[in-house]
Design a binder for this molecule. Structure first.
Ligand code: COA
Ligand code: AMP
Length: 625
């Protein structure tokens, strides 16, 4: 099979292409209508198909005689625990926990919020929701109570599933206390919290509201898979937008399952029985797609790793896991390899391990910089594949298709569009530009299966944010170019979103927290270069007139505020006081220009600048850091 024929088929006859892919799944009722417009005039896939994602991920494999195969290897160096769960065991545990949820009144369409560390119970809770046709919303553990409360208010769940604690290397994070605080802050009141107690910190349970997971299992009855329509939502996943409020990306059941299965073979070249490891977190889209759903739908063994690339216990952690479980493909963010390279520059920690099963490394979450690409390639001598994607799509938009035709890689490029994605580079007026010209990366409609069809509770935000800028296109928010060979280079966001350690964060949200400090008149947060995390946030603040404040004291307060309002994940550690911020005459802060100065890049002074002298001051503040 050639990439070109596969890709052309997906663009020229998408309905034929995706029908064939959909036929490979075990539907309760196969779809007859492959692509149709919904009531909003938007493209929807497999609208009359009836199915259940949990059935496709678990029961189907057990029925096919795959019950004894390992579904999940849970490996937790932070608790010194390992557990291998077969498909049959996982199905049984999920069915029973679905029974617990059902007993608390959870039914099809209800939202269940999941706030969990990287333990098998996180996957079990997600799959149990899918089994009931309920809509889960997983919130990453690194977010603070305020962020959790925003998500509770938006998704309005009756039930939250959580654990007593998570472990960050050796630090115990008391999830239950954070959850209690969030519930208190939220104007939406939940009915129940189901808590998985961990011995590292056993939580106090609120009588009448909180339920001990293990106790609840004792009286639970297994629940069957509830048939849902392909277009019924499987989950809501909140992601950073340019404003303070995160947006809830809504993922359909059917189209998601089809894209997950297709991608596992086409992109990652994984066949049933193979071992796949996405070293991410279930709280991110990578975790949803490639720790939980796609590997299981494809009948693989998925590694669930509760640890870090370094420090748990050393920079050989990834190599140990790859050898121990016979990992065939590892998927993580470039930042993980930068951390390993820094901690173990001579790769001494790799020496004890044999990685004969490892066939490829996949990276996403941020641009794979050429230096890291070459380092990993030379070290492991397997294909190193950069693939570009977003929470909104749920899978890769561009990549090098291991399971179709592996192309020669170009460092810095995510190779070519994945079948189904019609990638174009547009100028600001919406005209397609030529080869090697930078512009806005846009996707010509229709989007392929698994891409979002709306924002939870705010359809206008979806239309305004993604579909209105360029008629007939989805705007990705990324800038980049396509070279003369059709290779796509993603160069970074064109909006106020930054990527810190592969985590997507909104600078606007941080600015809101900083601006609420009583001494601050105005501020700007920009993402500046970081050797390990790719980018890190830097705050520039103007004090209110008459305020005399020690700069270190102010910085400490702002750092603490961002940590307690947004969470540790924001990695906000630096704020500088300035007298002026460079702005356009219409008052827009020139963030890109500030970033270029901070990163030591060449820049040109825009003709719209209001006060050129403000640049001199910013330069001296940034240079003095
Ligand atoms: N629960 C609570 N706190 C969390 C957390 C969680 N699930 N995840 C991260 N945090 C905390 C960290 O402990 C850290 O706190 P600190 O500032 O007090 O040290 C903070 O949030 C920032 O986390 P992070 O940016 O991840 O930094 P780190 O120093 O802990 O780790 C890496 C850096 C590179 C090792 C780590 O980010 C990593 O392994 N990344 C690659 C994999 C990945 O996550 N990819 C995501 C998308 S594919
Ligand atoms: P998220 O929604 O958290 O997956 O973040 C999506 C954003 O991360 C994209 O819009 C890009 O800015 C960035 N990103 C993800 N993968 C890549 C990649 N391979 N190359 C460049 N940027 C990437």
């Amino acid at each position: 099979m050639s990439y070109d024929s596969e890709y052309q088929a997906s663009i020229e006859t998408p309905d034929v292409f995706w029908k064939e892919k959909a036929d490979q799944l075990d539907w309760f009722k196969k779809p007859n209508t492959i692509l149709a417009k919904d009531e909003n005039g938007l493209d929807r896939w497999f609208v009359d198909g009836v199915m259940n994602t949990c059935h496709m991920a678990l029961d189907y494999h057990v029925e096919q005689g795959r019950g004894n195969q390992i579904a999940i290897h849970y490996d937790s160096p932070v608790t010194d625990t390992k557990e291998s769960i077969s498909y049959k065991d996982l199905r049984d545990q999920v069915a029973l926990f679905a029974g617990v949820l059902r007993k608390q009144g959870v039914k099809k369409g209800d939202r269940v919020l999941i706030y969990m560390p990287m333990i098998p119970q996180a996957s079990i809770a997600m799959l149990a929701c899918a089994r009931l046709g309920a809509v889960h919303s997983v919130v990453f553990g690194g977010f603070a109570p305020h962020e959790l409360a925003i998500r509770i208010e938006d998704a309005t769940p009756d039930v939250i599933v959580s654990a007593s604690c998570g472990i960050e290397v050796s630090r115990v994070i008391d999830y239950k206390t954070l959850l209690d605080k969030a519930v208190e802050l939220s104007s939406h009141k939940i009915k129940h919290a189901i808590i998985w107690q961990r011995p590292e910190s056993v939580a106090n349970l609120v009588e009448g509201r909180d339920i001990d997971w293990r106790l609840a299992l004792e009286t639970a009855q297994e629940a069957d898979c509830i048939p849902v329509l392909s277009t019924d939502p499987l989950y809501i996943l909140y992601t950073s937008g340019t404003t303070g409020r995160p947006k809830g990306v809504v993922r359909d059941n059917g189209s998601h399952a089809v894209a997950m299965k297709y991608s596992m073979k086409a992109i990652y070249d994984m066949d049933p029985g193979d071992v796949f490891w996405a070293a991410s977190d279930v709280g991110w889209v990578v975790g949803h797609s490639y720790i939980v759903y796609a590997p299981l739908i494809q009948g693989l063994t998925s590694v669930l790793y509760e640890g870090k690339p370094i420090g748990t216990p050393d920079a050989g952690a990834f190599w140990r896991v790859c050898e121990e479980y016979g990992v065939k493909a590892l998927f993580t963010a470039p930042t993980a390899f930068r951390a390993i390279k820094k901690a173990d520059p001579d790769s001494l920690c790799l020496k004890p391990y044999k990685l004969s099963n490892l066939k490829a490394i996949f990276m996403a979450g941020e641009r794979l910089d050429p230096a890291t690409y070459h380092w990993v390639k030379d070290l492991l001598n397997v294909p190193v594949i950069d693939h570009w994607w977003q929470t909104e799509t749920g899978w890769a938009i561009c990549g090098n298709l291991m399971g179709v035709e592996l192309k020669e890689a170009k460092a810095g490029s995510a190779t070519q569009p994945v079948p189904g994605f019609n990638v174009k580079i547009l100028d600001d007026e919406g005209n397609e530009v030529g080869a090697n010209v930078q512009g806005n990366v846009a996707l010509k409609l229709p989007l392929p299966p698994s891409c979002l069809a709306t924002i939870w509770g705010n359809h206008d935000r979806f239309v305004d944010g993604y579909l209105k800028t360029f008629d007939g296109y989805y705007t990705s928010g990324d800038g980049g170019y396509i070279d003369e060979d059709g290779y796509v280079f993603i160069m970074g966001r064109t909006d106020d979103i930054i990527n810190v350690a592969g985590h997507r964060l909104s600078t606007g949200e941080m600015e809101e927290v900083i601006a609420s400090h009583p001494d601050v008149a105005e501020c700007a947060v920009i993402g500046i270069k970081c050797d390990i995390k790719g980018q890190k946030p830097l705050g520039l603040v103007l004090l209110k007139d008459g305020v005399q404040k020690n700069e270190n004291q102010l910085e400490a307060e702002l750092v603490s505020n961002v940590r307690s309002e947004i969470g540790a994940v924001a990695s906000f550690k630096e704020a500088k006081v300035v007298q002026r911020l460079p702005k356009t005459r219409s008052g827009k802060i020139l963030r890109k220009l500030i970033r270029q100065i901070a990163d030591g890049e060449e820049f040109s002074i825009p003709s719209t600048i209001d006060d050129p002298a403000s640049l001199t001051e910013i330069e001296s503040v940034l240079c003095a850091r």
